[in-house]
Design a protein around this ligand. Structure first.
Ligand code: NOJ
Length: 541
């Protein structure tokens, strides 16, 4: 029987109470033996994702690609790369996900194509090509690049093409020329791509570097002080907004609450806020600040304040700790499992939609990739290591020799082993997802930061009829946290904690709910000193 898809609570659209799980298809599961994950591999693990309790998958690009940037260089947006399978496999994946009650978001790359995309091949062929203006071709300045922009993977953002003796713009690799969204024919062609996939029933898109698509055709220099900084983290052009509104109109013309979540790689939440428009641009924008926020109560408190202040009531926040571009948070935060467990509690109890990266639920660390096996121009191989599903040499893959080495301790940090261990981090993630689903306060409630002892981040999540308190201890010692009223444990990061006793273990976190007398129920005993000295809201919304 088909599982029902989360349709959102009340008037709230589904994606506001969803947990989204990012799949990097190359590294999820290989069913063919070529060492690269594929679409049938994803389809084969939908039962696992359903068991875990995620609401939606975002799949990194699986379109045809020469793989200079492993799929973020697309040579045909309307076909599946043979390494991942076929269009039929994609259709089966959409249908299978929907049958499992899981939505599917595709990773659409609008800012650039591959240099092998037929559009660019044609554009490059002659200055008089009808597609010349689909990309940015410019004359140099005194034999140098047309402006001072730098590319994300290093070097100038321009490559000189001998054939037509002009430069073309690429904010990433030379193999990823930037499309000119100032040309209406490009807009129309890319809208057709969206419709192609929306007609195949995908639930929306993660939009790669959404903030880059609008550009001043004069392509002016960056001011001197920004000159050496790559363009991606600072580009913020008003021309992007009408383009996003056009994309949104296409998506909104389909039934079923399709969604667009955009990568806006700016490091300022008030700048990110602009990309939600007046509710007519992105439904959600990624906020990458958590990826660089130090593991301290003060830093996280500051971040939550900034997000609440800058995004306000209309722009729904997103939260993320790991993705395919950055070191896994377990590695980044020093490698201790206790810290990753506490981080999971934090990620999954904040106000906004959390995005998980495949394998974080297994407590994976980055793989150590020897120099001779490194393949990524951006140095991101370690985080992209294959997911171990079982023990044994092939870890459930069709080959023991995948495209990248396995992450550390894969003999025990694998899905099969952890699923058998009720105290594993995998079970913690599952419990947290269930706790979110069961609690309107965790899904959609207000967040109120509370005063708390040093090293502890404390907040309340509340709706009219529901309430939770979350305590995260960033320190190395147990901390007693006096709370007003009587509380009981909902979820603890530390598997040894089975009740609320008034304190949080070192590198630990708890989710508490109001005490209700339930005879004999585990975790229902309130703390002895639970009603001493109040913990009061320090900020209220
Ligand atoms: C952002 C993606 O997340 C990253 O993996 C990719 O290299 C760049 N955009 C270029 O598409």
């Amino acid at each position: 029987m088909a599982a029902s898809r989360n349709t959102g609570q009340g008037s709230s659209p589904w994606w506001r109470d969803a947990v989204v799980y990012q799949i990097y298809p190359r590294s999820f599961l290989d069913t063919t033996g070529d060492g690269v994950g594929d679409l049938p591999g994803i389809a084969a693990r939908l039962d696992y994702l359903r068991w875990l309790g995620v609401d939606a998958i975002w799949a990194s690009p699986f379109f045809r690609s020469p793989m200079a940037d492993f799929g973020y260089d697309v040579s045909d947006y309307c076909d599946v790369d043979p390494v991942f399978g076929t269009l039929g496999d994609a259709d089966r994946l959409v249908a299978g996900a929907h049958a499992a009650g899981i939505r599917l978001l595709l990773d659409w790359v609008p800012n650039h194509t591959s240099d092998r995309h037929p559009w660019f091949v044609e554009s490059r062929s002659s200055r008089r090509s009808p597609k010349r203006d689909w990309y940015y071709w410019r004359d140099g300045r005194d034999g140098e690049t047309p402006n001072n922009w730098r590319a994300a993977f290093g070097g100038p953002a321009w490559t000189f093409d001998e054939l037509t003796r002009q430069w073309y713009l690429h904010l990433f690799l030379p193999e990823q020329p930037d499309l000119n969204w100032g040309n209406p024919a490009v807009v129309e062609a890319m809208h057709r791509v969206l419709r192609f996939w929306l007609d195949r029933d995908v639930d929306g898109f993660r939009i790669d570097v959404a903030h880059l698509i609008g550009k001043d055709p004069a392509l002016p220099d960056q001011p001197g002080e920004l000159g050496p900084i790559d363009r991606v983290g600072i580009h913020d052009d008003p021309r992007t907004h009408p383009l996003l509104r056009g994309i949104r109109r296409v998506v909104d013309s389909y039934p079923g609450d399709r969604v667009i979540v955009g990568e806006v790689n700016l490091h300022d939440t008030s700048a990110i806020r602009a990309y939600y428009g007046a509710g007519d641009e992105l439904h959600m924008a990624f906020n990458f600040l958590p990826l660089s926020t130090p593991w301290s109560a003060g830093a996280w408190r500051g971040l939550i304040e900034v997000v609440e202040r800058d995004l306000g009531r209309e722009a729904w926040p997103t939260w993320v700790l790991s993705n395919h571009d950055t070191s896994r948070h377990r590695t980044r935060l020093g490698g201790a499992e206790a810290v990753s467990r506490a981080a999971a509690v934090l990620l999954l109890t904040l106000r906004g939609t959390p995005f998980l990266f495949q394998g974080e639920e297994l407590g994976l660390e980055d793989a150590v990739v020897p120099a001779e096996r490194r393949v990524d121009p951006g140095g991101r191989d370690g985080v992209r290591a294959p997911i171990p599903w079982t023990g044994g040499s092939a870890h459930g893959w069709a080959t023991a020799d995948p495209w990248l080495p396995w992450p550390p301790d894969a003999d025990v940090r694998n899905a099969e082993h952890e699923r058998r261990q009720p105290r594993s981090i995998l079970h913690l993630y599952r419990r947290l997802l269930a706790a979110r689903r069961a609690s309107p306060a965790l899904r959609e409630g207000e967040v109120t930061l509370l005063d708390a002892p040093d090293d502890v981040l404390a907040y309340r999540r509340s709706t009219a009829g529901d309430e939770r308190i979350v305590l995260v201890n960033f320190g190395q010692a147990r901390v007693e946290v006096p709370l007003e009223g009587r509380w009981q444990l909902d979820v603890a990061s530390d598997p040894a904690v089975d009740r609320w006793d008034g304190g949080v273990p070192p590198s630990g976190a708890v989710v508490l709910e109001r005490f209700v007398r339930r005879e004999g129920a585990a975790g229902s005993v309130p703390a002895g000193g639970g009603t001493t000295g109040p913990t009061t809201p320090s900020r209220s919304r």
